[in-house]
Design a protein around this ligand. Structure first.
Ligand code: AKG
Length: 255
């Protein structure tokens, strides 16, 4: 059951907004959750970072993958019916969860997340669509590490995985992309952006005294099939090459 007092719900999403996502490969969605919910999830995210050992740390960000399996509080956000419901309307197809991750840029981290596409990292044989909800759990102005997208870049689907620690990597394999316009989207707590799995994007460093906490929920076509290749999420599951991603780790979205 979705609360009806969110700024954006699957029912209030306009055809214009869906069309803009389909055309550009990203979209800003105000109020996907309330500010009060964002504050609760922010506190839990920072507490989880302290108590969890299962994270990776780099100058760019601290990353905690599949926190929905570790915290009942974060599970409410990852499986939030408003997030999954809006994702399905944007993708125009049934979706399932691929995975979540918390990405925390520590104060004054000095490091951008450099331009990359997400989809080349993922072990999918067939998937008609995949997209990420990047949910701001605190206000994220440009100087705290918000996202920048390159409109239309999702149409390029033939590239190898790109190194998000190397500012030149994506442009070295796609030089024309460097001359395309970019769109930078600061967000208030509770707002999110959705971006297509092939949309090129980056995030600026955190120049502020406040941790930048974003929770990213990634969805893929409900009929996605698995391609056997190393990935931290699928490695422990023993999936067979080519099988559908039907597993309790990948529940259907918006249910
Ligand atoms: O938040 C960041 O620093 C980068 C996020 C990102 O690359 C993603 O959500 O795909």
């Amino acid at each position: 059951m979705i609360r009806t007092d969110y700024v954006t719900t699957p029912d209030t999403l306009t055809d214009e907004t869906i069309g803009s996502y389909q055309q550009q490969g990203f979209v800003r969605i105000p109020g996907i959750i309330s500010r009060e919910e964002a504050a609760e999830f922010y506190d839990e995210a920072l507490a989880l970072m302290e108590r969890s050992k299962a994270y990776s740390n780099s100058p760019i960000f601290t990353q905690l993958v599949n926190v929905w399996c570790e915290s009942d509080v974060m599970k409410r956000l990852t499986l939030h019916p408003n997030v999954g419901g809006v994702a399905e309307r944007l993708a125009r197809m049934p979706l399932r969860l691929w995975h979540d991750h918390l990405l925390i840029k520590r104060p004054h981290n000095q490091a951008s997340t450099e331009f990359h596409q997400d989809r080349p990292y993922w072990p999918f044989a067939e998937s008609r669509h995949s997209l990420s909800a990047w949910i701001a759990l605190t206000d994220v102005p440009v100087e705290r590490g918000c996202m920048t997208f390159i409109p239309g870049s999702f149409k390029r689907t033939d590239l190898r995985p790109q190194n998000l620690a190397d500012e030149d990597d994506l442009f070295s394999i796609w030089p024309d992309l460097a001359w395309e316009p970019r769109v930078t989207i600061p967000l208030k707590a509770g707002d999110c952006t959705f971006h297509h799995g092939y949309c090129a994007h980056m995030a600026t460093p955190n120049f502020t005294d406040v941790p930048r906490v974003a929770h990213i929920v990634i969805f893929t076509d409900a009929e996605t099939t698995y391609k056997k290749q190393p990935h931290v999420v699928t490695d422990p599951l023993g999936l067979a090459d080519g099988q559908p991603l039907e597993h309790e780790m990948f529940p259907r979205a918006g249910r």
